[in-house]
Design a protein around this ligand. Structure first.
Ligand SMILES: Cc1cc2nc3c(=O)[nH]c(=O)nc-3n(C[C@H](O)[C@H](O)[C@H](O)COP(=O)(O)OP(=O)(O)OC[C@H]3O[C@@H](n4cnc5c(N)ncnc54)[C@H](O)[C@@H]3O)c2cc1C
Length: 242
């Protein structure tokens, strides 16, 4: 235990070819959420289980959207993901803080996202037009997908070569990166309270979300589940944040 209720935890999962998600720190607990809600009566957390167990209060808070007690817990993650995933991630502004590695201070590591052939071919669109193929395009054949993937690798190599060349001849780092693509991996820390993470998960676990960010959201939920089991059980049951 560091700093009272703050917990430093080391849990890491690998995501895609070079990405990862690392739970850096959490604070608060299911009990702390109940305690925050009982501020008026000063009764605090009593106990789980039995007729008068505090799970009833936790459920009421959650289902009736008495949401602020869920702001008394939270988590910080370190994430490595393709820049196109960060672009979507950073749209979640409240109540998050982000600190991303800057390519102005150090060159970006030479890591680019190459989706699997199955991912390229999967029709994840459902009712979401954003995920489907371009209008008028045929159904993607495996051979064509493999050819496109090989081309993507060549593009990444050419971009990397141009980037390195720029750094070697003295182009400023902040400009040398102009030739890198949104498939380049970047690293950040993201911190937020539990209410925010569950709002993020609600939107980014939905079938309409891009599969890549959905994969990160799924892992986040799994990691939070171990830290806040009762709140996450409600999230699973109700299918949205508090
Ligand atoms: C499937 C999917 C497709 C998307 N497609 C697109 C797209 O095509 N183009 C695009 O630009 N974005 C797109 N987005 C991003 C989307 O529009 C939101 O920006 C993103 O989901 C973040 O949601 P949010 O604003 O609720 O989050 P946050 O910014 O974290 O805000 C959380 C909550 O705080 C409140 N809040 C925050 N800021 C304000 C404010 N300024 N005024 C009032 N209330 C505020 C709202 O209640 C909000 O729900 C997409 C998102 C999803 C999930």
């Amino acid at each position: 235990v560091v700093g009272g209720e703050r917990r430093i935890v080391v849990k890491r999962v690998e995501v895609f070819d070079h990405g990862y998600l690392r739970l850096v720190e959490t604070w608060g607990s299911d009990e702390a959420i109940v305690e925050a809600a009982r501020q008026s009566t000063q009764k605090g957390f009593v106990a789980w289980g039995g007729e008068r167990g505090d799970e009833k209060l936790l459920r009421t808070l959650y289902t009736k959207k008495h949401s602020t007690p869920f702001e008394f817990a939270g988590a910080t993650f370190e994430v490595r993901a393709p820049i196109c995933v960060f672009r979507e991630w950073h749209r979640h502004r409240v109540p998050f803080g982000y600190s991303e590695a800057s390519a102005r201070y150090a060159p970006l590591p030479s890591l680019d996202y190459v989706p699997t052939i199955d991912r390229l071919m999967a029709d994840t669109s459902g009712s979401n037009r954003q995920a489907g193929r371009a209008a008028g395009a045929p159904e993607l054949e495996r051979g064509a997908a493999e050819e496109w993937e090989a081309g993507l690798r060549r593009v990444y190599e050419a971009c990397e070569e141009h980037y390195r060349r720029g750094l070697e001849i003295g182009v400023p780092k902040e400009l040398a990166r102009l030739c890198l693509t949104v498939g380049r991996y970047s690293t950040m820390r993201a911190t937020g309270n539990l209410r925010g993470w569950l709002a993020f998960a609600t939107l980014r676990q939905s079938p309409g979300a891009m599969e890549e960010i959905r994969t990160y959201a799924n892992q986040i939920v799994g990691m939070l589940e171990e830290e806040f089991p009762r709140t996450l059980a409600l999230y699973r049951e109700i299918g949205r944040g508090p």
